[in-house]
Write a protein that binds this ligand. Structure first.
Ligand code: ATP
Length: 456
């Protein structure tokens, strides 16, 4: 189900304001003036984020025989980050303006002066992006630990544990989602670059001679994941990293990029990490992290292909991509054409009036639906305004209970995208909505022929 609504590029300010107004995303600690580049997900945002994460988990773990999941701790032994190269090399070049003291990432700057005030800049110095904290009651150097800047290392250090307990054969992958932290020099563009964010990462372990082939496979898989969830193809592209751009661990790397309001930017990185990480951890820990290949009769270190995506960046891209302003009679409606799997609310139940026995009936319809779908019950203001409110948060279906419903035990189902309507017996409502939410076209089926056309 690809988004086919007319394209109108939405700017970031409009999205920030919609997210705040409707309860998707708030500034962190707003009542204290906010904490830079940290975001709180409100009642709708938390559902959207869960849906993104679960769609990823479904595609990467539950639908596959060659993938298993993991949930490693955020805090890891500090030696992990020495071995992985992050203590030494996870840094960006930082310059500071000598006049206004704003700090910038030198590799992001176009000119040689401060973009804010035009002042002179200092020489670049390398700035490590890892957050440091202390563990335990003694504040000495030995107690320093790091907030993980990526979830991947939790996978590498558990490689043997997973292998021993699952007896997987190559190729196989370990997937995990979770928080990561980076003290970014120039965060911004809403949630695109935050200091606390969530990743969805997989290390797919393969025989070394097949690494290039598997990299290609994962490029296609991951690109298609966004398309299957409705993202417009023209807003997505793959870009290979230049040799000078490759991270210290990568042999080859591509970005899935999305056309954000600020231009093409990374949505997901897909890298061939070779055997860098297992080799480093093996040397630093003194533990054997090889795989025994029974066919070849050899022990060796497999290569890791890493698709590494961001929950927050994906959620933002899905919001931007689904946004539309469309004519609705004499007015304009704002609608999020989110894929039903991603929509925070799947079905809204709207009684036409607050009078009995209509309310009792609407409550009963609602109770029947909420055990299967995420629902909302809304009886405030005119039905037109209530439809608008649901369109604006991307609810695929609204169910209206009217006075006729009391007579004929039927309700009206309205489709968000086409705004067409269909009369459905209450007894069949759950079944019909399940089918439509799973991708069945709205204006098909025997019910449509009987009751849809005259209502549409
Ligand atoms: P960038 O070049 O944008 O800084 P990166 O190449 O450092 O990103 P990776 O290390 O490849 O990013 O991280 C994998 C994914 O994690 C990214 O594609 C993105 O979706 C997400 N991610 C990384 N950093 C951030 C951040 N500061 N805020 C939100 N998401 C992030």
């Amino acid at each position: 189900m690809t988004n086919t609504a007319p394209t109108k590029k939405v700017d970031m300010d409009t999205m920030v304001s919609l997210c705040k107004r409707r309860g998707f995303i708030f500034q962190s600690s707003e009542i204290y003036g906010g904490l830079a580049s940290c975001w709180d997900y409100g009642p709708l945002g938390v559902e959207l984020k869960r849906n993104v994460r679960e769609a990823w988990w479904q595609a990467m773990v539950h639908q596959r025989d060659d993938m298993i999941g993991l949930d490693a701790a955020i805090l890891m032994h500090p030696q992990t980050w020495v071995a992985s190269g992050h203590v030494q090399g996870f840094s960006d070049p930082l310059v500071e303006c000598k006049s206004c003291h704003l700090r910038w990432r030198a590799d992001d700057l176009k000119g040689s002066v401060c973009p804010s005030c035009g002042g002179e800049l200092t020489e670049p110095r390398m700035f490590n992006l890892m957050f440091k904290t202390r563990m335990g009651p003694v504040e000495d150097e030995a107690s320093v630990i790091y907030m993980r800047p990526e979830t991947a290392q939790g996978i590498f250090v558990n490689f043997q544990n997973v292998l021993n307990t699952t007896r997987k054969k190559l190729p196989f992958g370990i997937a995990q989602t979770g928080k990561a932290f980076r003290n970014e020099i120039t965060p911004g563009n809403f949630t695109f670059r935050s200091r606390e964010f969530e990743q969805m990462e997989c290390e797919y372990f393969v025989k070394p001679e097949t690494a290039d082939q598997w990299l290609k496979y994962w490029l296609e898989e991951r690109f298609n994941w966004y398309l299957k969830l409705g993202m417009r193809k023209e807003n997505l592209r793959l870009r290979q990293h230049g040799k000078d751009e490759l991270a210290h661990y990568a042999r080859d790397c591509y970005d899935v990029e999305y056309l954000f309001p600020m231009g093409w930017s990374e949505l997901e990185g897909i890298a061939n990490r070779g055997d860098f990480d297992l080799k480093q951890h093996s040397a630093a820990s003194g533990k054997t992290l090889t795989y025994f290949d029974e066919e070849k009769g050899e022990h060796y270190l497999p290569c890791a292909i890493e698709p590494s995506a961001g929950v927050d960046r994906s959620a933002l891209a899905f919001l931007l991509d689904s946004y539309a302003e469309e004519p609705d009679k004499d007015e304009v409606r704002v609608v999020l054409h989110l894929h039903p799997r991603l929509a925070p609310v799947k079905v809204a139940v709207l009684p036409l009036s607050r009078k009995e026995p209509l309310v009792a009936m609407a409550r009963e319809v609602h109770a029947g639906l909420r055990c299967c779908f995420v629902t909302q019950y809304d009886d405030a203001q005119s039905i037109g305004r209530r439809y608008r409110r649901q369109d604006e948060i991307g609810t695929p279906f609204c169910v209206t209970v009217d006075f006729q419903s009391i007579e004929d035990k039927q309700v009206t189902v309205r489709d968000r995208d086409s705004m067409k309507q269909l009369r459905v017996p209450i007894a069949e409502l759950q079944k019909v909505l399940s089918a439509k939410l799973c991708g069945e076209a709205f204006d098909t089926g025997p019910l449509w022929a009987a009751h849809g056309e005259q209502l549409a």
